[in-house]
Design a binder for this molecule. Structure first.
Ligand SMILES: Cc1cc2nc3c(=O)[nH]c(=O)nc-3n(C[C@H](O)[C@H](O)[C@H](O)COP(=O)(O)O)c2cc1C
Length: 179
C-alpha cells in the first residue's frame, strides 16, 4: 500500500469488537513506531501510560469527556504525556505540544499498521479534571498530558463518519509572492 492510501484507510474508529483483547506485542510495536517520530534535539520527551484491562480503562475514561457511546467498547487506552523538564528557555515553551502531537500521530498510525482501530481522545481539560487524571494515573508534575488515544480490535463490519477533507488549495499555497 502506498503511503497516501495507508493514510486514507485510517479513520477514527468508534465501533469495536469489545470481546477481543489487544496483544501487548501490538502495543509495543506501535510504541516503537512512535519512538521514530522526530523530536526537538532528539530529546524524546514523550511518555505513554497504557491500559488494556477493562476496569482500568473504565477508571481512566471516567475522567474524560468525549468517549460517550464507545468508551466501554475500547480494548485499550493510552495517556500520552510529555516531560517538560527537558526544555528550559521561553522560546521552547510550546515545543512539548509539537513533539507530543507528532508522537501521538505516529502512535495512532502505528496502531493502524497493527490492524487496530484507534481514536484520538481530546485532553481539553480544566485544571480540576487534569488533577484528577494525574492523580488516577500517577503522572508526575513535570509531565503534561497531550492526548488520550482509545484503541481496540475492529469489528468485521462497522461504520465511520465520512469526515470529508477540504480541497487541497485551501491547505496548500504554492509559491506565494514574497514581500
Ligand atoms: C486532538 C484530537 C482530539 C480528539 N478528541 C476526540 C474525542 O474526544 N472524541 C472523539 O470521538 N473523537 C475525537 N477526535 C477525533 C476527531 O473527531 C477526528 O479525527 C476527526 O473528526 C477526523 O476524522 P478521522 O480521524 O476519521 O479522519 C479527536 C481528534 C484529535 C486530533
Amino acid at each position: 500500500m502506498d503511503f497516501v492510501s495507508f493514510m486514507e484507510a485510517r479513520h477514527s474508529v468508534r465501533q469495536y469488537d469489545s470481546n477481543r483483547t489487544v496483544a501487548f506485542e501490538k502495543i509495543e510495536r506501535a510504541i516503537r513506531a512512535a519512538q521514530q517520530s522526530p523530536s526537538s534535539c532528539n530529546r524524546q520527551t514523550c511518555r505513554v501510560y497504557a491500559f488494556t484491562e477493562k476496569p482500568s480503562i473504565a477508571r481512566v475514561l471516567a475522567h474524560h469527556d468525549g468517549n460517550r457511546g464507545f468508551g466501554e467498547l475500547l480494548g485499550g487506552v493510552f495517556v500520552v504525556t510529555v516531560d517538560l523538564s527537558h526544555w528550559n528557555t521561553v522560546g521552547e515553551r510550546n515545543q512539548g505540544w509539537v513533539d507530543g502531537g507528532m508522537f501521538a500521530m505516529t502512535l495512532a498510525l502505528g496502531l493502524h499498521a497493527e490492524g487496530l482501530g484507534a481514536c484520538m481522545l481530546n485532553w481539553s481539560a480544566a485544571r480540576e479534571q487534569d488533577i484528577k487524571m494525574r492523580t488516577c494515573v500517577g503522572i508526575p508534575d513535570n509531565e503534561i498530558i497531550i492526548t488520550l488515544i482509545g484503541f481496540g480490535h475492529m469489528r468485521d463490519e462497522f461504520r465511520v463518519p465520512v469526515s470529508a477533507r477540504k480541497p487541497i488549495d485551501m491547505v496548500l499555497t504554492h509559491e506565494p509572492s514574497l514581500r
